[in-house]
Design a protein around this ligand. Sequence first.
Ligand code: PLP
Length: 386
Amino acid sequence: MRAVYLDHNATSPLLPAVRAHLVELLDADLGNPSSLHESGRRARHVIDVARERVAAALGVHETEIVFTAGGTESIQLALLGAANAAGRTRGLVASRIEHSAVLGALEVAAALGHPTELVPVDAHGFVDPAEIARAAARCAAGAVSIQVANNEIGTVQPTAAIAAAARACAPRPLVHCDAVQALGRVPVELARWGIDLASFSAHKLGGPSGVGWLWVRRGVALAPPMRGGGQEHGLRPGTEPAALWSAAALALELTVREQSAAAARWSAQCRRIHAALASELPELALHGPPLDDARRLPNTLSLGLAGVDGKILVTKLDLAGLRASAGSACASGSAAPSHVLQALGLDENRARGGLRVSLGWNTSDEDCKRAVEILRSVLSPLRASR
Ligand code: PLP
């Protein structure tokens, strides 16, 4: 029997239409887009169209889109590019529950001499805009980075309020959003949020891995950490993979079109999964905002059972036919407790016990039913043996 895949926040399988488009382009004689001959010109055209389609799907101008090799690279370009441009006296501010791509960029900036600050979150993972403003003022922030939605617990931040509080600081910092998990799950409203930079990744949407893009609001100047052939407005050098970028643009279009219907479906499926488990395991914790709070990702459930190790649980679930994650996928290779769960105030033991279930474009009701059966069969004996 096919395993049930509920790990879309780690990566989502390729959408069939995206796969077909990618395969077609891989056979399409695309050269180096900088070459002047026909193969090069063809590749350049594919990229131009991909950029226009990404921009149109996000309601921005095509000159504002910089393709990259994924969410991590977009984030590094945004934050280190902003820090370099602002100078060493200006700091960087983010929350404690950011993805390691953001935390890593702050570490690099700190090593270069920039002041940095991580702001705490409340028990549901929300950032207080006033805390961001105070931290930004303390370190004369050149940039503030805020995750629109958390990959592990699904908390959706009050992005517009945080951006407004940051913008009111003097000197004014740039505001960057890590929108990697938000895209396709909640509406992405770059203009309403009042931000300057936003990072995205294609593989969370059913697009190819190794592709992302950074939205850079017109007029924002970055000093890029990488130099080379001048591609992507000089911000991201390197020969462009035209086929991958075109496939990413298609994944984005299809995902944005489906977003509100998919969100309603996931939300109902998550509620059913949670209700079925909670009736049998009343001590099962739900991390992040409650299910009836609109400020959460509709596709994500972060669960926890005290005394149960998340890594062991994920291995048992895998053997039983359910693919899920212990906390975030990036942290699950190590035995470290989740920094996100710790930031919510959970002790180390509970912070090792997180289980993340995340739904995506191909999750059926039947998948959810089977997932519940597998979760019950694996969790009940674990709980009995504690
Ligand atoms: N930001 C968030 C919130 C993520 O969940 C991820 C991936 O897990 C990233 C950034 C990094 O994206 P990528 O895997 O494309 O480098």
